[in-house]
Every structure is written in structure tokens, then in C-alpha cells.
Design a protein around this ligand. Structure first.
Ligand code: DQA
Length: 147
């Protein structure tokens, strides 16, 4: 069965209470359940992880190779700073869909640049929690599945 890693970065553990006017009021645990349910309903497996630590995210990306078929990645603020995450994605040769709850291009200028974008299959941003299932469907489509 196709297996997808949904990987969330720093501060996303605070979803639901962190700036709900920007990120919404859904908790991370509910987002993760939504992703797992979406996989179960569409015939693929979803594993969810979150870390606030850049190195732990690098480790999770490395560990995905041979375990998962692709990654949905919301790298949080590391999106805008992390060459290490960029290189990790290049190193594993798995498809990555970049995801942001908010529209990073409509926010502060420092959020407009992404180190993930050049090494991602594509990016979904600004669509809130719905972006997670859209990203999963995009990844499954990219992998040649039906969704
Ligand atoms: C975010 C956007 C980032 O700029 C920010 O640092 C986050 C969340 C989003 O999902 O909209 O932590 O990735």
C-alpha cells in the first residue's frame, strides 16, 4: 500500500491556539486524524510526525526513504531559512509536496522565499486545513494513483 509521511515543523504543535485568525482553530491532532482518515478512505497509508527541531526534521526526511513513498511537508518557519531541509529532500529523491496553511505570499516579505519550493513537486498554500487533503491527493496523483 502506498505510504505517505505528513511532516509538520516548528510551532505547528500549537495549531488551534496559535494565531487562529491566521492558522485556524483546528488542533494538530485533528489535522493528523483527518489525514489518516483521508488515506484510509482512499486506499493509502498516512503517518504523521511533528518536530520543532530542524535536525529532527532532517532525520525524519532521511528515514522516509525506504519507508514512505512521498512526503507532505509543512516546514513552518524553516521553510524560509533551512538549506539543510532543502538538501535533505534532494538527498532522498522522494516526491515532496510543500504545504502552508496560510498564504505565505500575502504575508510578510520574509515568508515569500521558500528553500523547499525548488525541490518540491509543488506547493499548496493559503487554503487552511483543507490544504492537507489536497496535498495528499496531489502526491498520490503524482505517484500514479487514482486520487
Ligand atoms: C506556515 C507559514 C510559515 O511562514 C510559518 O512560519 C509557519 C506556518 C503555514 O502553515 O502557513 O509556522 O508554514
Amino acid at each position: 500500500m502506498t505510504s505517505v509521511l505528513v511532516l509538520n515543523g516548528p510551532n505547528l504543535n500549537l495549531l488551534g491556539t496559535r494565531q487562529p485568525e491566521i492558522y485556524g482553530s483546528t488542533k494538530l491532532s485533528d489535522v493528523e486524524q483527518l489525514c489518516r482518515d483521508h488515506g484510509a478512505a482512499n486506499g493509502f497509508d498516512v503517518t504523521c510526525q511533528q518536530s520543532n527541531h530542524e535536525g529532527a526534521l532532517v532525520d525524519a526526511i532521511h528515514a522516509a526513504k525506504g519507508t514512505h513513498d512521498g512526503i507532505v511537508l509543512n516546514a513552518g518557519a524553516y521553510t524560509h531559512t533551512s538549506i539543510a531541509l532543502h538538501d535533505a529532500i534532494l538527498g532522498i529523491e522522494l516526491p515532496v509536496i510543500e504545504l502552508h496553511l496560510s498564504n505565505i505570499h500575502a504575508r510578510e516579505e520574509f515568508r515569500h522565499h521558500s528553500y523547499i519550493a525548488p525541490v518540491a513537486v509543488g506547493m499548496i498554500c493559503g487554503l487552511g486545513v483543507a490544504g492537507y487533503t489536497l496535498a495528499l491527493d496531489a502526491l498520490i496523483g503524482h505517484l500514479g494513483g487514482r486520487t
